[in-house]
Design a protein around this ligand. Structure first.
Ligand code: HEM
Length: 428
């Protein structure tokens, strides 16, 4: 499926893929029938017409499984901010989904899928490990890495933006961050994809089994890495893994199980999301040539541009919470124990927060998008991700301002993680 496919029934707008369903009756039908478990092929190509239809016709939408899908910015941010009413704990959902096993153990031990007290403890240690100094230390090796990848592309004269850049950067950056020896990084990406793939709304037995195997192999590998770092600790103000192992100065530490699963989580959190930021951003620029020209002419806009890429084509389209008590959302009464899907991609196109939301504007400000979430669980790697986006996209554009597609980009076909599997380009 390519970005340029025009789904039947959607109206085209110049310069960008179609953003709205032209016919109001049809839009209402699409909204009322929306079911995350049964998504039409069109949705994976371009979910925004569906998001607009939902926001306009059924913004607090009850799906057939009893869960709700939120598409208004105000509703989404309110859910993110209220951790007492909206729980991140996934035990109730993942018990039946995964059954007992390592996939269940992994996801229910990760900070992202927990409430206090586990979340607060792990978050404090993780935030303490991702020091400004540790992040500043990442920039020079990141620039060298990206420039090396660009040299290799220049030598070929063509490239796959995913394999040759977008996927290659995060695996090295996160590998460097945890000081994983370079020759041991090979399996990291596949483990990560298998574990994250199991988070899709519906999974096959094969996907579950692949996820189980990936957690088993990952834990096994990390046990050795952690044992080695315990024996030879790095500087805790610079070495993230050493800091995670040693915990906080006041004696707060992670158990071995918490440590291993949260290292896996950090490795996973930084992979596909960042790959998608880089790939989605560079494809969006091709749809918006005037914005591309502005950014090439004014590289200092890159900081804002990265935020706009994240807003416009969020790498992560869906967030989840469970109601901890009865709540009211936009006038709709929702009982305790209800699954809530936060439509990140939908909120990011809400015209009440973002004027002219379907226009990509590399200098948009303010830009309070929800692509990193918000509130207590807001992305802990936000500054690493932003730096990767700036360095990878910025240096690529400076070097190859006239890149163009040489074939149709292939979409990942996932609802939660929006991105491409390959983007063939020609370089001039
Ligand atoms: C463009 C890249 C990225 C995007 C779009 C992204 C997005 C997100 C989102 C939406 C959440 C919040 C989930 C929720 O509240 O339910 C989150 C949490 C998190 N992210 Fe990221 N992320 C990115 C890159 C990274 C990187 C590079 C790292 C690590 C270096 C990272 C580490 C984390 C961690 C540890 C959490 C959990 C925070 C918590 O639960 O308190 N992320 N991310």
């Amino acid at each position: 499926m390519s970005q340029t496919t025009t789904p039947a029934g959607f109206s085209a707008s110049p310069g960008s893929p179609p953003a709205r369903i032209a016919d109001a009756t049809r839009a209402r039908e699409v909204a009322l029938a929306f079911d995350l478990r049964h998504l039409p092929a069109d949705y994976y190509v371009n979910p925004y017409p569906t998001y607009h239809a939902l926001r306009e016709h059924d913004p607090v939408h009850r799906m057939p499984d009893g869960g709700y899908f939120l598409s208004r910015y105000a509703d989404c941010i309110a859910v993110y901010k209220d951790t007492s009413a909206y729980s991140s704990d996934k035990k109730q959902e993942y018990g039946p989904k995964y059954g007992p096993g390592l996939l269940y153990e992994h996801h229910t031990t990760s900070l992202i899928f927990n409430d206090p007290p586990l979340h607060t403890r792990v978050r404090r240690i993780m935030a303490g490990a991702l020091t400004p100094r540790a992040i500043a230390d990442m920039e020079a090796p990141m620039v060298a890495l990206v420039d090396g990848l660009l040299d290799a592309m220049a030598a070929k004269g063509s490239a796959d933006l995913i394999a040759d850049l977008a996927a290659a950067v995060p695996v090295e950056v996160i590998g460097n961050m945890l000081a994983v020896p370079r020759d041991e990084r090979g399996p990291l990406r596949d483990w990560s994809l298998a574990i994250l793939g199991a988070l899709e709304p519906v999974i096959t037995e094969e996907q579950r089994a692949r996820g189980e195997r990936a957690v088993a192999e990952f834990v096994d590998y990390l046990r050795g890495l952690v044992a080695d770092r315990r024996a030879h600790p790095g500087d805790p103000s610079r070495d993230v893994l050493t800091r995670l192992i040693q915990g906080e100065a006041d004696g707060e530490r992670l158990s071995e199980r918490e440590l291993l699963h949260n290292i896996i989580f950090i490795l996973n959190a930084g992979h596909e999301t960042t790959t998608n930021l880089i790939g989605n951003g560079l494809v969006a620029l091709l749809d918006w040539p005037e914005e591309k020209a502005r950014l090439v002419a004014e590289p200092k806009l890159m900081r804002q541009a990265v935020e706009e890429f994240l807003r416009f084509e969020s790498s992560n389209q869906l967030g989840n919470r469970l109601t901890a008590r009865p709540v009211e959302i936009g006038g709709v009464s929702v009982p305790a124990g209800t699954f809530i899907t936060i439509g990140i991609g939908a909120a990011n196109r809400d015209p009440s927060e973002f004027p002219d939301p379907d226009r990509m504007d590399v200098s948009r400000e303010p830009n309070r998008h929800l692509s990193f979430g918000s509130g207590a669980h807001i992305c802990a790697g936000i500054n690493v991700a932003r730096l990767e986006g700036r360095v990878a996209i910025g240096r690529f554009l400076a070097r190859f301002p006239n890149y163009r597609l040489s074939g149709a980009p292939v979409r990942g076909g996932r609802a939660r993680f929006r991105g491409f599997l390959s983007i063939p380009i020609a370089l001039e």
